[in-house]
Design a protein around this ligand. Structure first.
Ligand code: AP5
Length: 213
């Protein structure tokens, strides 16, 4: 099963993608997590990506596409994968279709987690992320057991640099301009499914499972 998670920043794509990966036994591939791991390890890719991410802008397609194509070519992706944060532009979507087309494959589902902008800003301010293992929390709705410490790996959890309110506004603007057109792109392919992302997380996941079967 090959799945794309669509939705605004903070809509809950990562939260749902992790649960999908666990339930269906497929890898969760988050371009944001890959970039953040590279920033943490101070790689050349990380240094380049950080300049864009800190401003709420997209990392250029040429730094992003090859990375994902290599990752989905790995053995653990043979039975499918869930893409979280990719594609984010029409050229990225076309690159993905082109790469899969060459091996006679195509995406199965594009799931749009729909949340209005007004809800997003509050969510992001409360989000805490573990930069070591990628787990995410929320100070009100999913607090860590010990304040400031990741339940899963024991590392500190932090407010992401790009979750500051002014950067969130920029990310939302970039989303509407560059990523939202993908909704029509996948509607045209007949694989778009929309879930109401304002519901509690468990209800959002139940709606997704209903779609995936
Ligand atoms: P990325 O990490 O992909 O960020 P994003 O798309 O902005 O998405 P987020 O991770 O912020 O949110 P999410 O939808 O996963 O929400 P989450 O589940 O955490 O990308 C970061 C940056 O990297 C980009 O800005 C860009 O610069 C760059 N980048 C990445 N991919 C790229 C690409 N393909 N091309 C170019 N550049 C790229 O949930 C958010 C919060 O809400 C959490 O606290 C959570 O607990 C809470 N929450 C979740 N669901 C619910 C619910 N149902 N009810 C209440 N609270 C909820």
């Amino acid at each position: 099963m090959k799945i794309i998670m669509l939705g605004a920043p903070g809509a809950g794509k990562g939260t749902q993608a992790k649960q999908i990966a666990d339930k269906y036994g497929i890898p969760h591939i988050s371009t944001g997590d890959i970039f953040r791991a590279n920033i943490k390890n101070n790689t050349e890719l990380g240094q380049k990506a950080k300049q864009y991410m800190d401003q709420g802008m997209l990392v250029p397609d040429e730094l992003t596409c090859d990375l994902v194509m290599d990752r989905i070519g790995e053995k653990d992706c043979e039975n499918g994968f869930v893409l979280d944060g990719f594609p984010r532009t029409i050229p990225q979507a076309e690159a993905l279709d082109g790469a899969l087309g060459k091996i006679g494959q195509k995406m199965d589902y594009a799931i749009d987690v729909d949340v209005p902008d007004d809800n997003i800003v509050g969510r992001m301010g409360g989000r805490r992320a573990c930069l070591n293992c990628g787990a995410t929390y929320h100070v009100v709705t999913i607090p860590t057991k010990v304040e400031g410490i990741c339940d899963r790996c024991g590392s500190p959890v932090v407010l992401r640099d790009d979750d500051k309110p002014e950067t969130v506004q920029k990310r939302l603007a970039v989303y509407h301009e560059q990523t939202q057109p993908l909704i029509d792109y996948y509607k045209g392919q007949g694989i778009l499914k929309t879930v109401d992302g304002t519901q509690p997380m468990e209800a959002v996941f139940a709606a997704i499972v209903e779609i995936l079967g």
